[in-house]
Each structure stands twice: as C-alpha cells, then as structure tokens.
Design a protein around this ligand. Structure first.
Ligand code: FAD
Ligand code: SF4
Length: 423
C-alpha cells in the first residue's frame, strides 16, 4: 500500500446515500474516494428514456426467456423492463437464499448511481406521528429523534434535490420545501372533489410529492413529461446521484470515483479502536486492494452495508463490526405495497391527457390520525392516479380486423387506480 491509497474520507457505494455523502464531504474540503462495485454510467450513452418502442428488439415486451433466466427476481419489479433491465442486477450472478417460508424480493442496482436511476422519486416527510409511534404503541424502541430536530435537514436536502408538490398543512404529512406542483388531470380532480365531500375533509387527495423539477433548478432543466424516468433522464430533471449529487462532488475537484470496486470488509485498527479503511476486490482483475481514510461512510444500501459489517469480523469481534447487540442483520423491515382498487370513471370523454406526467396522486394517511381505529395500529397512504386508456388496451381486449383497429385508434375510458403503502 502507498500514500495514493490514503484519502481523507471513503464512501462505499454511489447510490442515493453515497452521492449525498460524496457531495457533502467534498464540499467541506475532504479528499474523498467513492468506491462503487458496479460499472460506470455515461448518461449520454446509457440513458434510454427517449428510445422509441419500435427501436426495441422485443417492442418493449422484453426478451422473456432471458429475463426469466437472468433476472427472475428483478423482472418482477414494475420498473425493470426491456429498456431499464440493465440498471438492475443479474440474479444469476448475484444469488441469495432465504428461509423457505420467508421469501424476499431483493431488488438491486449495481452500477454508478445505484437505484437512484430507477427509483420512483416519491418523496415524503415523516411526522411526529411516525417518530412517536413506537413509544405510543409501547413496542420496540422509541426513535431517538423528533420531527423538529430533523426538519431543517429535510429543508436542506429538498432545497438541493427539488421536490414538486402541494402544501396541505397536514400534521401527519408535513409540507416540504416545494417547487410548483404538477397538475391533476380531470379524473383526479373529480375524485378529489368527491372524496373531500364524502369524508368531510378527513381524506385528502393531492398530487404526488416527487423529486422531479417543475421549473429549472440549480442548473437542471424542468421536466418535459416524456414519462419513463426509470430509464434515465438526459435533462437531469429528476433527482438521482448521477444527475445531481455526484456532479456537485465532481465539481469540487476532490472526488475520486472508482468503479468495479467491491468492498469486502472494513479494516479495524485495534490500536486506535477505530475503523481505518476498507478492503476491496477489483471486479475486473480480482486484485485485492486496501484503501485508508479517517472518515468512512458505508452507503452500499441497507443489506449490502450490513453484509460488509458482518464480513468485517476480527478475533475480537467474531460476529462482525458494530454488532455488540447481536442485532446486525436482523429485524429487516420493508414497506408493504399491496391492496387497492381499479375503476372506470364514466364521462370526461372530450378530455385527454397532455404529455406523460411522471407522477401520480397521493392520499396521505387518514387512519389513527384524528380518531383511533379499533381494528389496527398506525395507517397507510395511497398512491395511484387517473389516466385515459390508449391503444395498449388492445393487449387485453380481444378482436381483429378493421373494426377492432378503428376502435383501438380511439382513446378508451378514464381509469383510476389506488394502491396502498404501509409500514
Ligand atoms: C423501482 C424502485 C422504486 C423506488 N421508489 C422509491 C420512491 O418512490 N421513493 C423512495 O423514497 N424510495 C424509493 N425506492 C427506494 C430507493 O431507491 C432506495 O431506498 C435508495 O436508493 C437507497 O439508497 P442507498 O444509497 O442506500 O442504496 P442504492 O441507491 O441501492 O445504492 C447502493 C450502491 O452501493 C453499491 N454497492 C453495493 N455493494 C457494494 C460493495 N460491496 N462495494 C461497493 N459498492 C457497493 C451499489 O452498486 C449501489 O450503487 C425505490 C426503489 C426501487 C428499486
Ligand atoms: S419524465 Fe421528466 S423527469 Fe422523467 S425522464 Fe422525462 S424529463 Fe426526465
């Protein structure tokens, strides 16, 4: 090892959290090494949001045989399609096992930018209803912070990222530092009015709060509603580490981004009692390399960062680093996305959608907010939206010949969907 392997700070992973760590550390003056297990991404070559369906070999349906063989888990995710499957891992190359009765779909991005390329960009604040929930319910461990402490940091992040949305003044969903909201379409406006009337204002429908620019912001262009954000965004209109934080870190001249660098474990210095660096395996050469720094951020995603700590065992810490409680790698909690409804909304046939708004609606939590629900604890929100059906309905609808073709040229009815998101 030589002095070239020593930095002020090391960040492992270049996804959403790694991008932020890189930006903040470099802007504060630290020479920072970002170690990324995946390949480099060049937006001008890799982003494919404007590639039309007729240029795709399988016309957007994907090579189903290949997807089933290489990405049987990743391809269950709505965002992993013929265009964007390259931003998801190969399940064949990254196998894992689970208990037979505890299946888990581990959706991963292993390239510069991580999952910040494919994420859904929905951005909501927690309130004290969330921070105080464990205490109130008398279970698990009380959060050590409250909303007032984190609110300035939400401001800080949102002012840089750019969050569009509508301020509602709800206690259960604090407002962000908003850019102008995207517009609701006529079906959504209709449902909003009916909902407000029916539930006396207890349930509210609003446009999704999204990390997508509705006006030019800090050198990035406003969204032009092309639609499929999970394929990249050449105008950098949505927040991703590739579009926002990594370029900011690059601009300081203090970031070194090293792709193909799989961090294996953390080096623990028994003399100083501190983490002193990381061990890396170069994905292309299989060479083992070590890097040292005084500051170390593990931003390799929840599960991969945990794996690195478990890998970092020493004779003194046989169960891995930072695991004196024995809880490392246990108690994983994901959010649930299930349940909901679809409906056809009659009317509004003279109206249609303009552009492909990359956002839907949101109904903030309404259970256990004003009054206690006897059936269960806590609550859930709804995402969804209204849209006018197009020719794609021909996949579901049967028919052939001139009549069928003629019918498919006309837009279908307005559809509406809700799906729940819970803890
Ligand atoms: C389809 C989809 C939609 C989503 N929608 C939303 C949403 O609407 N709102 C929301 O808040 N969240 C959403 N999420 C979740 C969000 O994307 C993640 O919470 C977020 O990306 C986590 O950031 P991260 O930095 O921890 O991990 P990631 O963004 O996954 O980045 C981890 C990085 O670490 C690298 N890495 C992993 N292991 C190593 C190693 N050993 N050595 C070096 N590098 C390594 C990876 O290659 C990757 O680049 C969505 C996720 C998906 C997949
Ligand atoms: S819809 Fe907007 S944010 Fe999404 S890729 Fe297109 S321009 Fe970018």
């Amino acid at each position: 090892m030589n002095e070239f392997n020593t930095y002020d700070a090391i960040v492992v992973g270049s996804g959403i959290t790694g991008g932020w760590a890189a930006k903040e550390l470099t802007e504060k003056g630290l020479q920072t090494l970002v170690l990324e297990a995946g390949r480099p991404i060049v937006p001008e070559e890799d982003y494919v949001e404007h590639v039309p369906v007729w240029e795709m070999k399988f016309r957007g349906m994907g090579d189903r045989r290949k997807l089933l063989a290489d990405q049987p888990i990743q391809s269950t995710n709505y965002a992993c399609d013929e265009w964007s499957s390259k931003f998801f891992v190969s399940d064949k190359e990254n196998p894992y096992t689970t208990e037979p009765d505890k299946p888990y779909r581990w959706i991963r991005g292993r390239q510069e930018g991580g999952r910040s390329i494919t994420w859904g960009r929905q951005s909501y604040r927690w309130s004290d209803l969330d921070f105080e929930a464990n205490l109130r319910d008398g279970i698990a461990i009380d959060w050590p912070i409250r909303y007032a402490e984190i609110a300035p940091w939400y401001d800080y992040v949102e002012e840089f990222a750019g969050i569009s949305g509508e301020a509602l003044g709800l206690p259960q969903l604090p407002d962000s530092k908003f850019l102008p909201p995207m517009a609701l379409n006529c079906a959504e406006q209709h449902v909003r009015e009916r909902l407000t009337k029916h539930f006396g204002g207890e349930r509210v429908l609003t446009i999704g709060r999204a990390a997508i620019l509705t006006k030019d912001h800090l050198g990035r262009a406003a969204c032009h509603y092309c639609g499929p954000c999970e394929r990249g965004c050449i105008t950098r209109s949505y927040f991703s580490s590739l579009n926002s934080t990594l370029p900011a870190a690059q601009k300081t001249g203090r970031m070194t981004l090293r792709p193909y660098s799989v961090v294996h474990s953390v080096i623990f210095d028994a003399k100083t009692r501190k983490a002193a660096g990381v061990r890396v395996i170069d994905r292309r050469t299989r060479e083992h390399v070590e890097f040292r720094a005084r500051v170390l951020f593990l931003c390799a995603s929840t599960l991969e960062s945990t794996r690195i700590l478990l890998n970092s065992s020493t004779p003194e810490f046989p169960a891995g680093l930072a695991n004196s409680s024995g809880e490392l790698g246990r108690n994983l909690m994901d959010h649930v996305k299930a349940g909901g409804a679809d409906a056809t909304i009659p009317g509004f046939e003279v109206r249609s959608e303009i552009g492909r708004r990359p956002n839907g609606i949101y109904i903030p939590r309404f259970r256990n907010v004003k009054r206690k629900d006897p059936g269960f604890l806590r609550g859930y929100g709804f995402q969804g939206g209204g849209e006018r059906e197009g020719w794609e309905r021909g996949i579901r609808q049967t028919g052939f010949g001139p009549e069928f073709k003629k019918a498919m040229r006309r837009p279908g009815p307005w559809q509406f969907s809700f799906y729940g998101f819970g803890e």
